[in-house]
Design a protein around this ligand. Structure first.
Ligand code: MN
Length: 353
């Protein structure tokens, strides 16, 4: 396979990304270092920090909620992003999310450290480890549970993502659970790219998607640099989960996220020098034009629809079996009932304010 990485960019555009393990002060100063030529970007990209909200799930699990954010409710079809850990599961009790329903979305589970167990109303039972992907498509309705198994290692670190399904398919696509043990991975010059969903740098994931989007993890050894080709029609966001990163020369610290807007045809990443690798999530997609209602674990298009989805789950209480969502048989404990509806009507909202 032809190399998709190089220390300095050549005149011929490469299909993949290029990297340098030497530390350049800026993303494009190959010009000053004796390289023949490099594309000089005149594009002035958006860098909008997405500030995390601390949310407590259950009794002990703290998460940093990055999407939806005050100003940005979505990045492409990515409509939800919780980042948690690294947490000591001995201290927190680990992940304990009893059976709950979903509608109109896909859940995407990705771990940086630890071990998780997924069970659902289709009868799936799946362990997930770092580097593996769980994608569950709710369609009209599904229920699942996610817990830390008894033999889980000490540290748990991961992200929980949701992808909004377009109106056209959200009710008609059948509920599905897909586990991908091996994802397309490209490694060169201290940079490892793993594609969770969609395509980037010539690597394509087989995860089911319903709108043009991409999700990827990049790991850079200290001092490594990479330039990744992007789709200018997509909007993008970058979350740093370990180390410190410069993106287009702008520093993004650990646990921070930046919304990068649309119109970029490439993006330069540079990891700080230091002890540890830098790890980031890149999320992107075509701006999602439908206005949606997100409430609890449901996505609909109107207040009435959410009321219907909630009633179809809560029914007549815990002992009741919700036909629309099915039952997670492989779980020892009660399902989670939805809270009361708010007093105000839920309004469909656009992707940004
Ligand atoms: Mn869930």
């Amino acid at each position: 396979m032809r190399s998709r990485l190089s220390g300095c960019a050549s005149r011929v555009p490469r299909p993949g990304f290029r990297t340098a393990t030497t530390a350049f002060p800026g993303p494009f100063d190959c010009l000053d270092r004796g390289c023949e030529t490099v594309q000089v970007s005149t594009f002035e990209g958006v860098h909008e920090p997405l500030v995390a909200r601390d949310v407590i799930l259950g009794r002990t699990t703290h998460v940093r909620r990055l999407v939806p954010n005050k100003t940005r409710r979505m990045i492409g079809a990515w409509c939800f992003l919780d980042h948690y850990g690294p947490d000591d599961v001995k201290a927190t009790g680990g992940m304990w999310v009893p059976p709950h329903p979903h509608t109109g979305l896909q859940t995407v589970t990705w771990l940086f450290e630890g071990l998780g167990l997924h069970t659902d109303s289709l009868g799936s039972r799946q362990l997930i480890r770092p580097g593996q992907l769980n994608v569950m498509t709710a369609g009209h309705g599904i229920a699942h549970a996610e817990v830390s198994p008894d033999d889980a290692p000490r540290l748990l670190h991961g992200v929980q993502l949701w992808v909004c399904l377009p109106d056209e398919v959200r009710d008609s696509t059948p509920p599905d659970f897909t586990h991908l043990a091996d994802l397309p991975t490209y490694h060169e010059h201290g940079v490892t790219l793993r594609v969770l969903a969609g395509s980037v740098a010539g690597e394509t994931s087989t995860a089911p998607t319903f709108s043009p989007l991409v999700g990827a993890e990049l790991t850079l050894v200290p001092g490594a640099e990479a330039t990744l080709p992007l789709d200018p029609a997509f909007e993008y966001g970058v979350l740093v989960v370990q180390g410190t990163l410069r993106v287009d020369g702008v520093t993004i610290d650990r646990n921070a996220m930046s919304y990068l807007g649309q119109g970029r045809s490439e993006l330069s990443f540079a990891a700080e020098h230091g002890e540890e690798d830098t790890v980031l999530m890149l999320l992107g997609g075509e701006p999602f034009d439908e206005e949606i209602v997100m409430w609890w674990n449901f996505i609909g298009r109107s207040h009435e629809e959410i009321v219907e989805q909630r009633e179809a789950w809560n029914g007549e209480g815990l002992a009741w079996e919700p036909e629309r969502y099915g039952v997670v048989r492989d779980f020892d404990g009660d399902r989670l009932l939805a809270p009361p509806m708010p007093n105000t009507r839920l309004k469909p909202r656009p992707r940004s304010v």
